[in-house]
Design a protein around this ligand. Structure first.
Ligand code: UT7
Length: 388
């Protein structure tokens, strides 16, 4: 990154610190130590809701089986021409309202989606134009149910280097379009939706994303797959046609999740010099209530610390963590100063965990709750643990 001598002087004296200034010079880079915080959260799900009884009209199953084996009662699905970008844009606007920000303040947009309607333009480009993020860079990434946590950690790296000051991270998926609605092993699980978070860098501030842990294990990749359809050039041998529906070996994925996720959470806690008792809320990917219960047993997490909403939304893949967190924030359950662990896991196979301190006062809350959150923020103590 090159800066003019004048800009270097300004950077050296720390003069260039406000949002306006960084907007004037969007991608020129800032220097120094930056602390990263989440300043807004948002979500959106399509209107159409499908019940377990509705699914029982398509395959041999029952509300009793689905509820007892998964914890899911309903899920929302896209209809007509509703797109992943539509969901992502609505979630982004909700997150901007939560942060009390304008789209023009966003400098980086990362969309985690494995089911985009278009490979290009990227969903991030569609979001960028709709929210008026005129100075933003952006891109999409695909890592299924781990996508949101990965995107958060990627955004954190961009912000920590000073390349951007404000990032919008979105998880958005429409697996209902890639579900074989005659396969009872998978069609009971997925719902559509989008969730978004806004991250901001502050020079000299504490870093509220304390530690993270990201992994992939491609050797087990074929346990959970979604192939894309495409054909070879007509002058060469044709490609074997693929079935572009979700395939999942449910038992193997279940075992994998219960095996790796508790270790990943313990690893992140150790890196942040914390214990599980220090954590106020755990937001796991909303895949199956039995997976969440098994993990909380392994780690001794009291159930009331788990944020769970898969009963109503099913498994929304990259969107599940921010949709769950958004609900908890709107309910006034998550307060400034509290510690949150988020963990995504699934296709890849992949998994990612991050621990963060909540510092946002959500602008969508009623005034009484906003005042309470503001007070909590003003009395928040500095973090004792080292961040990494
Ligand atoms: O987001 C990505 C990450 N994904 C996950 O984490 C999903 C992980 N896996 C799971 O959540 C569970 O494995 C499932 C919910 C997918 C399946 O639950 P399960 O307890 O592992 O069931 P199972 O596959 O072992 O099947 C048990 C029985 C079978 O019958 P038999 O062979 O015992 O006679 C299945 O045929 O249940 C039968 N079955 C069903 N019965 C009624 C499977 N699906 C259904 C169904 N309704 N929908």
């Amino acid at each position: 990154m090159s800066t003019s001598p004048k800009q270097s002087d300004e950077l050296g004296t720390g003069a260039r610190s406000d949002a306006q200034d960084s907007l004037k010079h969007p991608h020129q880079g800032l220097q120094g130590a930056f602390g990263i915080s989440v300043v807004g959260i948002g979500a959106f799900v399509p209107e159409r809701c499908i019940t377990n009884d509705d699914i029982a009209t398509l395959v041999e199953t029952s509300d009793e089986w689905i509820t007892s084996r998964t914890g899911i009662s309903t899920r929302h699905v896209v209809s007509g021409d509703e797109s992943v970008a539509d969901l992502a844009i609505a979630a982004a606007k909700d997150a901007l309202a939560s942060a009390g920000m304008e789209g023009s303040e966003i400098e980086l947009i990362i969309v985690a989606s494995s089911t985009p309607d278009t490979i290009y333009p990227a969903v991030a480009c569609q979001v960028q134009t709709e929210i008026g993020a005129v100075n933003a860079a952006g891109f999409d990434m695909a890592l299924a149910c781990s996508g949101f946590v990965y995107a958060m950690v990627i955004a954190q790296q961009f912000l920590k280097t000073g390349m951007h000051k404000t990032a919008l991270v979105i998880g958005a998926d429409t697996h209902s379009r890639y579900t074989n609605w005659h396969d009872r092993n998978t069609c009971i699980l997925f719902g559509d939706g989008a969730g978004a978070a806004i991250l901001r860098a502050e020079a000299g501030a504490e870093d509220n994303i304390l530690a993270s842990d990201l992994h992939i294990d491609g050797a087990k990749g074929m346990e959970l797959t979604l192939f894309t359809q495409a054909e070879n050039c007509p002058l060469v041998a044709p490609k074997t046609p693929v079935n572009n529906f979700v395939y999942m070996n449910g038992r193997e994925v279940f075992k994998f999740a219960v095996g790796v996720v508790p270790k990943s959470i313990q690893h992140v806690l150790a890196r942040a010099n914390m214990n599980i008792e220090d954590v106020d809320h755990v937001v796991l990917h909303q895949a199956n209530i039995r997976i969440m219960q098994a993990m909380s047993e392994k780690l001794n997490i009291p159930e009331e610390r788990l944020i769970v909403n898969l009963q109503r939304f099913g498994n929304t893949s990259a969107a599940s963590i921010p949709i769950a967190l958004n609900e908890a924030v709107l309910a006034g359950r998550v307060k400034p100063g509290e510690l949150l662990v988020m963990c995504g896991f699934g296709a890849g196979l992949a998994w990612g965990t991050t621990i963060l301190r909540w510092t946002a006062v959500d602008q969508r809350l009623p005034q009484t709750l906003k005042t309470e959150m503001q007070q909590k923020l003003s009395t928040m103590k500095p973090l004792a643990a080292a961040s990494c």
